[in-house]
Design a protein around this ligand. Sequence first.
Ligand SMILES: Cc1ccc2cc(C(N)=O)cc(O)c2n1
Length: 323
Amino acid sequence: TQIISQQIEQLRQQLRYHEYQYHVLDQPQIPDAEYDRLLNQLKQLEAEHPQLISPDSPTQRVGAKPLVGFRQITHELPMLSLDNAFSDQDFYAFERRIQERLGRVEELTFCCEPKLDGLAVSILYLNGVLSQAATRGDGTTGEDITSNIRTIRNIPLQLLSDTPPARLEVRGEVFMPHQAFEQLNQDALQHGQKTFANPRNAAAGSLRQLDPKITRQRHLSLNAYSIGISEGVELPATHYARLQWLKSLGIPINNEIRLCQGSAEVLKYYQDIAAKRDQLGYDIDGTVLKVNAIALQEQLGFVAKAPRWAIAYKFPAQEQLTL
Ligand SMILES: Cc1ccc2cc(C(N)=O)cc(O)c2n1
């Protein structure tokens, strides 16, 4: 069965390539019917040779049996939330704080993207194979939703690289496009089931299904927005380049991501996205604006979320008594 296993491996590579062309580049090379034919051919071969089935085969998307509950997963790196700006003034103040902290004057480059209104997830690839996925949860601990994440068609079960990193944690937003949301609520109405108030709730409800066969029917989508853990790879020096790198591995990123030089371009981007908000086909609730250079990100670090309801009122520094 050496020939058979070669046939199976060749079909798997073909299917992964076409999934990448369709879901990541939005440039399918073959009609859907041809893709389905290849997938059915692989299913047939695997059915005849079950010992050759592997979890990263494109046929292994629909998870196993329903879970009885979700395992907890602790994120090695906390998944952070973002501070908010509500006006141009807030953005100018944000940029000024950064410049002061960096002691710089020249313009900053920002990586700008729409802020998807879904829910944040963490997906771990071990040697290029999708091994574990979790919800953001409270930022430190989330729920294991691996079997549900595997059913999302634009998430690759295996990275498109011959030399994948030993460990790569992809962070991104899972969302339900408007078309899928309308379809889901229509079906729910016809079957006397509860409808969802908005795509975000629908995505959350679909990801927290115990039965992956239900999640699979919900037509969710992922857009990656950052890298968590990475081991065994030299990452690019800017956020934008890292997102392009993820895309080259077969991880879908949003196609409205742009680099902007200085605050004027950033605020123009914000207006551009606001203007096209209703044509995107999915819900967004703003934009996310990040300093592009990773070295500057590391220099700036994070501010632990101090409570807004408490303040320490300090005494003036005491003059050190010289004895
Ligand atoms: C660091 C971080 C945290 C949450 C995020 C959330 C989104 C989003 N909802 O699209 C995009 C980002 O670039 C994010 N980046």
